[in-house]
Structure formats: structure tokens, C-alpha cells
Design a protein around this ligand. Structure first.
Ligand SMILES: [Zn+2]
Length: 360
């Protein structure tokens, strides 16, 4: 069993900060509580990121049959994890929408990684995928704690139930994949890469579930989470970072799409949920230029890069970009349209990349 890692929340801290400033007394209290929890685990997250790389220790293989093993628990409005078992692998849907959505979302994520990239669950060793729903009371968040997905119901005023967006589930579980493969340190540019990789594969899980081509996809993260009261469409936009929402309570989407607008901040671990807009947009540009199903070529290049032993936990955007070029060349050739798409996309977002293969 993997050690319990730090929590990865889907709601970014800048959104909670805005709520803490502009919300009702109840909203402010809840946002501050969540921010307080986030801050308190931040140093642990940093330390774990640096100490538990994949080069330390050997995990036991849990199962090799590549079968999916899901268990959905109901916490019944408490924080008593994991809660009571309400649906296990192979059982039919139950009356609870949240439990069924969690079951399906985890299933799509597992199927995506297995069918497309041959990956056997998060750790590639058949780790069972558990989810707990109805966490706490009107809880406005979802997170991965290193062992399971945990979903709040949302308060109904600002946020809907957090099980409703399959890309959010893909995003959260991909944090587990990244921790397993490279352990990109959750701070600064490596942290923004960590966030971006979760957005990339979260979006691909949704596109895979809907059988959408790059042109058909909405390239939004968390579409459906906001209630009608919020002026916005999603938490983030990969096609147009910085445009996902602009709301009196939640503030304005702060994501840049280009290095010239890179946000230097000490908040959010150095803007990991903010500057991820730059590599997010690069992936979007690659996928839409290549066309077809984004998971086939663009996704393959990103996945192989994540698994590349040269990708260090402290990698910055340029290092990551070079490795995507190297993997595009290995997979499709140095003068291939795929290589050119990757090269031009990084240039378009202002990340300098070499023009000649020998330079990376
Ligand atoms: Zn995340």
C-alpha cells in the first residue's frame, strides 16, 4: 500500500481567498477553515515531495490481473473516513447519484490509463481505487489523499456536488500517477507542471469518456461544478487560460497563457494552480494542431515524458518542454508534424525550446 500522501484539493487557494474576503459570514468561515488546513499540510507536502521519490524503496505489486477494484464508501456527512461501503466492483447502480458518479468517474479514469497507455491503476501495480462521498457538511471541495478520492456535496449556493465532473476525478487520480512516476515537487514551476499534468489527463479522461476529438472537446476543467449563481464556466480553461470565471465572490481567473504573464507569487505554493495555465495551453495547442483524439499522440507524448527517467522532481517548464520534444522525436521522428506541433506550441506560450534535436 502506498503511504498516505498529502491532500490535493481541486479548488485552488486563490478562489478560497476570494471567498474568504467577499463571501457571507458562513462562506468566509468555511473558506478560511479550508485555507487553514491547506496551509498546515503545505510543508508536509513539500517534504514528502522531496523525500519519497520513486527511487526510494520498492512497492509490492498488489495485483497483476489488471482488473478494476472499486469500493465506494458513504461518510454520511461526517469526516469519518472511509465510511460505510455502499457499492463495490461489479455491483449495479444504487439510489445515490454521488456514489454512482464517483464509481463511474473512477472507472473511466482506470479504463483510460489501462486501455490507452497500458497502465494498471495509479501505481501501475493494480492499486484498488476507493472513493468516499458525502464528506463533511456541504463541503466545497474534492481531494485525493494518497489512498482514496474524497468528495464533498457542495453547498448548493456556489458549488454543486463534486462528483459531477469526471475530469475532476481524472485530475485528482492523476496526482497519484505523477507522485508514482516522478514526484514533481509541489512548488513553483515543477508544482505548476504537476498541476498541469493533472489537468491534461483529467481533460483526456473526459474526452475519452465522451469519445471527443480535440476539436470537439471543451478543454475546461471542472465544468458543472459552479451553480448558476457563479459567473463562470469552470475552474480553468486550457484553450483560453484566464477566462474560466469572473465573479464577485470567486474573483477572476488568474491563469496566464504565456510566459510574459507568468505570476510570481508566494501564494499557492508559488502559483501552482495559476502558472499551470502556460503548460496547459501548450498541450491544448499541440493537441488541436495534431487533431483527432488528443490522447493518441499529444497525450502519448506527455505521458511518455512523465515516465521519462530524465524528468527530475525539480524540473522547470523548459526542462519539461525539452523532454516533450525528445519524446515526440522518439515516437514520431525529428521532422514529423507531431514534433513541429510540440516545438511551435512551446514557442507560442513563450517557453524557449531548442530547434535542433541534438540540443536536448
Ligand atoms: Zn490538482
Amino acid at each position: 500500500m502506498k503511504p498516505s500522501l498529502s491532500r490535493r484539493y481541486i479548488l485552488p487557494p486563490h478562489m478560497l481567498t476570494s471567498l474568504a474576503q467577499h463571501g457571507t459570514p458562513e462562506q468566509r468561515t468555511k473558506a478560511l477553515q479550508m485555507l487553514g488546513h491547506d496551509h498546515s499540510i503545505r510543508t508536509i507536502r513539500m517534504a514528502q515531495g522531496l523525500l519519497t521519490s520513486k527511487y526510494v524503496g520498492v512497492r509490492p505489486a498488489l495485483n497483476t490481473d489488471k482488473a478494476l477494484h472499486r469500493i465506494v464508501y458513504d461518510v454520511h456527512g461526517t469526516k469519518d473516513l472511509p465510511g460505510a461501503v455502499v457499492r463495490t466492483e461489479g455491483q449495479p447502480p444504487i439510489q445515490d447519484t454521488c456514489a454512482n458518479e464517483a464509481y463511474d468517474g473512477v472507472g473511466w479514469t482506470h479504463a483510460f490509463y489501462l486501455q490507452i497507455y497500458g497502465r494498471n491503476s495509479i501505481d501501475d501495480a493494480g492499486m484498488p481505487l476507493d472513493a468516499s462521498v458525502h464528506y463533511s457538511h456541504q463541503y466545497d471541495n474534492a481531494f485525493w489523499d494518497g489512498e482514496r478520492m474524497i468528495f464533498g456535496d457542495g453547498d448548493g449556493q456556489l458549488f454543486n456536488r463534486f462528483t459531477c465532473a469526471v475530469d475532476v476525478i481524472g485530475h485528482e487520480l492523476t496526482h497519484g500517477v505523477t507522485e508514482d512516476e516522478c514526484h514533481l515537487a509541489y512548488v513553483g514551476q515543477s508544482g505548476a507542471l504537476n498541476e498541469s499534468i493533472s489537468d491534461v489527463f483529467g481533460s483526456l479522461v473526459k474526452q475519452y469518456a465522451l469519445r471527443q476529438t480535440a476539436d470537439q472537446a471543451d478543454w475546461l476543467i471542472g465544468h458543472g461544478l459552479f451553480t448558476q449563481q457563479i459567473k463562470g464556466v469552470a475552474l480553468r480553461s486550457m484553450s483560453a487560460p484566464g477566462t474560466a470565471y469572473d465573479d464577485p465572490l470567486l474573483g477572476r481567473d488568474p491563469q496566464p497563457a504565456h510566459m510574459s504573464h507568468y505570476v510570481d507569487t508566494v501564494e499557492d505554493n508559488g502559483g501552482v494552480h495559476i502558472n499551470s495555465g502556460i503548460p496547459n495551453h501548450s498541450f491544448y495547442l499541440v493537441a488541436t494542431r495534431i487533431g483527432g483524439y488528443a490522447w493518441e499522440k499529444a497525450g502519448r507524448i506527455w505521458y511518455e515524458t512523465l515516465r521519462d527517467s530524465r524528468l527530475r522532481p525539480t524540473a522547470n517548464f523548459r526542462m519539461f518542454a525539452r523532454l516533450t520534444l525528445s519524446n515526440a522525436e522518439r515516437l514520431y521522428g525529428a521532422s514529423s508534424p507531431e514534433w513541429s506541433a510540440v516545438h511551435d506550441a512551446w514557442e507560442q506560450v513563450g517557453v524557449q525550446v531548442p530547434t535542433l534535436a541534438k540540443e536536448y
